[in-house]
Design a protein around this ligand. Structure first.
Ligand code: MG
Length: 369
């Protein structure tokens, strides 16, 4: 090979290697962990232990709750293949039958408030992850760890109250093995666009025995042992799964409430009067002081002018409100459902206004300048 071709070859090799390095760096970056912690990092600080006082009462199940574990039947559950759920149920309690496999709800759920009570086996047995292990897989994909973490060591992102492999709980609020513990979970499912691209990650808030241990955490992706997995687009509702990790963990009083989506404005709601151009000269006739209402000591509102709009300074608001003209005598608040309808006398002098806002109308009287 001539020296010239050898140089070209070397250049191509360096360029390709550089590109590969960039791609690998991207891959590493795109599949990173929470602020650089390694998943299951044994050096990750353990959350402080806190003595929980939260009750385990089931007396306040909301009337509209979907009851999943009533301790009388397994009617709400099935095996992952759709057969009967092979766990035990008696005396108000459902219990993992080790080896029977995970069970999942027959119903499908998305955004939920979930309450569940659980108890680790007593006497305790095993260490680390092999100790009272189960899990609540929201949508069958995102595990809230269930584990005996009472004076028991494991990696922080795998202990009770962890979003498994991603976020340790803020506190270890675990009770002794055999004692009933509560989880109250607020779960917001991930949002995907029509092309399946993630637009909003799943979020979890968790209260363990009355102690907040997950504060609206954004999940990195699906929870797995060894390495979490990037999001894959899925349905808006999916069964909840309970894990059989080979330990006879007990559950009771499991219920949920479906959470609604906040309604988005319709096209009609978004159709609003457009601002009209008004000269500075025309705006000037609205300037001055107004009295809000008719009571004695009523607050005074000062109206000044911007280039294309008016500014209303209320004494009880730190910033003046911008109002834009939408017709010769009507000004609207751009971000608020409200408007000012000014009145004028027979000579065209502004005398006051009616101020409509959400809950009603007030009047403003213009003071003589
Ligand atoms: Mg588990």
């Amino acid at each position: 090979m001539s020296p010239r071709f050898r140089h070209v070859g070397q250049f191509c090799l360096i360029a390709t290697t550089g590109l590969l390095a960039v791609l690998i760096a991207d891959e590493v970056h795109n599949t990173g962990t929470d602020r650089g912690w390694k998943q299951h990092d044994i050096h990750r600080p353990k959350p402080p232990v806190v003595e929980a006082s939260g009750g385990t009462s089931s007396s306040s199940i909301p009337k509209d709750a979907v009851v999943l574990v009533d301790g009388k039947s397994l009617d709400a559950w099935q095996s992952k293949s759709g057969g009967p759920a092979g766990w035990k149920v008696a005396d108000g309690v459902m219990e993992v039958t080790p080896g029977a496999g995970a069970i999942q709800t027959k119903g499908k759920f998305g955004d939920i408030q979930l309450h569940v009570e659980w108890a680790s086996p007593n006497p305790t047995n095993g260490t680390g992850q092999d100790r009272g292990n189960s899990g609540i897989f929201l949508m069958g994909k995102y595990e809230i760890q269930v584990l005996d973490s009472y004076r028991a060591e494991t990696y922080a992102d795998g202990q009770a109250g962890a979003i498994y492999g991603q976020y340790p709980p803020l506190f270890n609020a675990s009770r002794r093995p055999g004692e009933w513990q509560t989880y109250d979970i607020a779960f917001r499912r991930p949002r995907f666009d029509k092309a399946g691209k993630l637009i909003d990650p799943a979020r979890v808030t968790l209260i363990h025995n009355g102690i907040l241990v997950q504060n609206n955490e954004s999940l990195l992706g699906l929870t797995y042992w060894l390495k979490w997995s990037p999001y894959e687009a899925h349905e808006d509702a999916a069964p909840i799964e309970l894990q059989d990790h080979g330990h006879p963990v007990k559950f009771r009083n499991m219920w949920l409430r479906n959470l609604p989506e906040r309604p988005a404005p319709s096209a009609k709601d978004l159709k609003r009067p457009e601002a009209v151009a008004m000269s500075e000269h025309d705006l000037d006739r609205f300037l001055g002081q107004y009295v809000l209402g008719t009571k004695e000591n009523a607050p005074k509102v000062t109206v000044t002018r911007g280039r294309t709009h008016l500014l209303m300074k209320f004494p009880f608001l730190p910033q003046p409100l911008v109002i834009e003209p939408v017709s010769p005598l009507v000004f609207a608040l751009p971000q608020t459902d409200g408007e000012f309808r000014f009145q004028e006398d027979s000579q065209g002098r502004v005398t006051g206004a009616t101020f409509r806002i959400g809950d009603g109308e007030r009047s403003l009287m213009k003071l003589p300048r």
